[in-house]
Design a protein around this ligand. Structure first.
Ligand SMILES: Nc1nc2c(ncn2[C@@H]2O[C@H](COP(=O)(O)OP(=O)(O)OP(=O)(O)O)[C@@H](O)[C@H]2O)c(=O)[nH]1
Ligand SMILES: [Mg+2]
Length: 333
């Protein structure tokens, strides 16, 4: 995937509930042989509802659940008892997801804020019981309404993915290798600078339900904001990332200096980039011994205000802890 934002889309089959039938019944007891009509109404069929959830970032959680059936309404009964409504189905979606009717292409709804609920397919209405039809001219109606059928549609959920996390670093820092390690993306990786020419995007699965989007980009070098190297052309992409992951390899001659150069380049390009949440990944930890890693961590924790993780894409060391930190950062306000 060579585009920095791409469309995640999923096709689902939806069926709303059938409405319950109205009931035909006349009141009877020991003393009343010919009571009035008391048949209750049928319950409404369940609706299919979409709901915004700010903790979802992709549609991955729907990959294996493609059919949604809402419950049917119960029939009305005697004593003016109305049938219960059918159970609604609530489908949680990331903010920004659009629901489209596949057949007509019509947009049925778009979730834009947390907990927003939109009914995209109504259940059938429950039928009225015979009590409802009683009138001065017809005191004993012998009929009731049937419940309405549920409806069936195929819907496409579409989400334009913007990378939530952008990986930034000098050429050869291991940005694309990290992307390839934690997502299914297959970016080109090589031991020469400027292997990556355009950003690559991938989805990181945090667990069965949650995932987020990450992208690498061409390496940034000193003077990038003046047009040196390639990175400047893509700096505008990171304006849309909510977290910046700075990648600096343990082989760097001076980790702090490298970090400051990267920060300076971003600042010169657009000061506001420095307001974004930052985390620092120290890559290629497999090139150090456990003792060296401990020492490095000690130094870093004294000098850095930002969260950091020393990790290795090659050995897998601390990769999960990096993913968890990114997830945490992404979800804190
Ligand atoms: N030992 C070790 N080597 C790594 C690791 N990650 C990446 N490398 C190597 O570092 C070199 C550069 O890796 P890339 O992932 O292409 O680096 P990049 O930051 O994407 O580079 P550009 O696209 O050129 O900016 C390759 O030879 C990788 O095999 C790691 O965790 N350990
Ligand atoms: Mg690369």
């Amino acid at each position: 995937m060579s585009n920095e934002n791409f469309i995640d889309s999923i096709r689902v089959f939806l069926r709303s509930g059938r409405g319950g039938d109205g009931c035909v019944h006349f009141y009877r007891d020991k003393f009343t042989r010919k009571g009035g009509p008391d048949g209750g109404d049928g319950g409404n069929g369940g609706n299919i509802i979409i709901k915004g959830n700010r903790n979802l970032w992709t549609l991955l959680h729907l990959r294996y659940k493609k059919h949604f059936f809402a419950g049917n309404g119960k029939n009305g009964s005697k004593n003016n008892c109305n049938g219960a409504n059918g159970k609604d189905v609530i489908i949680e979606l990331p903010l920004g997801t659009i629901a489209k009717d596949e057949a007509s292409g019509k947009i049925l709804g778009e979730v834009t804020y947390h907990d927003q609920e939109i009914v995209i397919l109504r259940g059938g209405k429950g039928g009225k019981g015979n009590a409802f039809f009683k009138s001065p001219t017809n005191q004993a109606p012998r009929y009731a309404q049937k419940g309405e059928e549920g409806k069936e549609i195929t819907v496409i959920f579409e989400l334009k993915l913007l990378a939530d996390v952008g990986i930034i670093g000098f050429p050869n820092a291991g940005k694309s290798t990290l992307l390839a390690t934690i997502t299914a993306a297959k970016p080109k990786i090589a031991d020469y600078p400027f292997t990556t020419l355009v950003p690559n995007v991938g989805i990181v699965k945090v667990n069965e339900i949650y995932s987020f989007v990450i992208s690498d980009m061409p390496g940034i070098i000193e003077g990038a904001h003046l047009g040196k190297g390639l990175g400047h052309r893509f700096l505008r992409h990171i304006e849309r990332n909510s977290i910046l992951l700075f990648l600096i390899p343990v082989t760097s001659e001076n980790i702090f200096k490298e970090y400051l150069i990267l920060l300076h380049e971003l600042e010169m390009y657009n000061k506001e980039l420095l307001n974004k949440k930052r985390i620092i990944g120290i890559s290629k930890a497999d090139l150090l011994s456990q003792n060296e890693i401990k020492e490095l961590e000690n130094v870093l924790s004294k000098k850095l205000k930002e969260p950091f993780v020393v990790f290795s894409s090659v050995s897998g060391y601390n990769v999960n802890s990096l993913i968890n930190k990114l997830w945490q950062l992404l979800n804190e306000n």
